[in-house]
Design a protein around this ligand. Sequence first.
Ligand code: TRP
Length: 337
Amino acid sequence: MKSADILTGITTTGTPHLGNYVGAIRPAIESSKDDTKQAYYFLADYHSIIKCQDPDRIKKSALEIAATWIAFGLDTDKSIFYRQTDIPEVMELTWILTCMTSKGLMNRAHAYKAAVDNNEKTGRKDLDKDITMGLFCYPILMAADILMFNAKKVPVGKDQIQHLEMTRDIAGRFNHTYGEHFALPQAVVDEKTAVLAGLDGRKMSKSYNNTIPLFEPEKRFRKLIMKIKTNSLAPEEPKDPETCTLFAIYQAFAKPDEIKAMEKRYRQGIAWGTMKQELFEYLNETLKEPRKRYNDLIKSPGDIDEILKKGALKAREYSVPFIDKIRKSIGIQPITA
Ligand code: TRP
């Protein structure tokens, strides 16, 4: 099995929403079509237990995320689609890398620092209150995900750039100590992919509770679109597409000529009610087929498990011999070998 030209992980805590699709799923499926590049995509289920201690949520999220990626046409023969926990070598590598990571580096990780800041702000005496070693060491687990498959390019959001820098740091120290085993990965942050705004106009994100899930039943989906915040301009008043959440979402899905035409209607003063209805109809039509596939998949979770198992088998063709090599390089092997 080839190493990863492209690799990315999705934490299994949420229900996929429009922002996930535009920002991560669509570009990933697009790049998985490139025959010359081996893509690895995985459900980061060990990452999910850092923040979420609700087993049902995690299980449901894994199913929803896997079904979403497949419903949108991820080619699971070409790309390797798997569950992190099906690759035990990742856990083993995590420990080995932990022994190559200076504590000071982890002290600087932004998720940990934000938690400490929060304790400070809320006046807690113990600044490490409620912070687990899972949260503290989280960048090491991510480094293991990436280095396990010698990934070259890692498409991520801006908030993950620091983790890629840390991954290179850890890999560099390993290579310096034990020989050149790991390639140094690059974060790929595509400035061109849209960051969608959510119901309240802030970035669509689970942490803001402002998301529009991709595969809500039609009625509920329409209701959510109707809830998107707009300004108070009256019908017929000219409107600015640039600063409008509705337009931004439309733009992320529509074709160039459709976008142009809509822009014109904004200048002419389309009413918010009309725009919301049209946006709903457009998205509803666009998502119709994937929604159908999604609902079918959710009803046969066994098929999804099969696909993920097959992916893990392929991934392990790489990780099993590679971890063996890593073990040997650090002096852990049968004494007679
Ligand atoms: N930490 C990433 C996020 O929150 C998810 C993730 C886990 C990941 N392991 C990874 C992304 C490895 C890229 C590569 O978005």
